[in-house]
Design a protein around this ligand. Sequence first.
Ligand SMILES: [Cu+2]
Length: 228
Amino acid sequence: MDTPAESGARTGSRAAPRARSRRGGGRHGRALAASAGAGVVVAAALALSGCTSGTSSATSSTQKVSANTVIHRKMVIETGKMDGKPGWPRFIPAGFSAPAGATIVLTIVNYDDGTAPLPPTSPWGQVWGSDATFGAVTGGTELVNGSKVTAISNQLVSHTFEIPALLVNIPIPAASSSSHPVTVTYTFRVNKTGTFLWICAAPCGSGSAGMGGAMGANGWMRGYVHIT
Ligand SMILES: [Cu+2]
């Protein structure tokens, strides 16, 4: 089954490699246009994808530590040029581990100054992750260079860090230049153990829809979060 992010993003078309803009809302995006029930729609779709994709596995709802335990994790997004593979932007490292129940402060430093715009009705410009039934608890906000936001304009999104099975989505804007990265900080807790797939929902890869290359490659625009 396609995740909402994948099905929505595949339908766009891609322009210049640097701007990586694309058109088209995608069927998922259009379904969410009347946004009143959008959260429910996304939640249901994500629940299905999480259960059937075979790429994430959750076990018990065991909290191993308390929320007072604060775990700092950091990922850096490098451009393909920076790591010698032009056109292949990459999260480094492509995953991390943390104990269930801990407060995870995830810092993502983006050196990529290119955008990969989402369709106008895409939900992936929003910060997601405030529904405890999915096992993740957040305030639904992120800090962008220290300023609290609930969304990034879809046009300005460079990448996202999305964990479909946990209903987590962290939209990441483009760096102002490749030497002036943007820093996004997101604080959350995961109250169950498991190995959870994360993906980037922005079409930052190769091919006409921007979904090839890095987008489909573990270790580039997808990987795993291990909650132990
Ligand atoms: Cu990306």
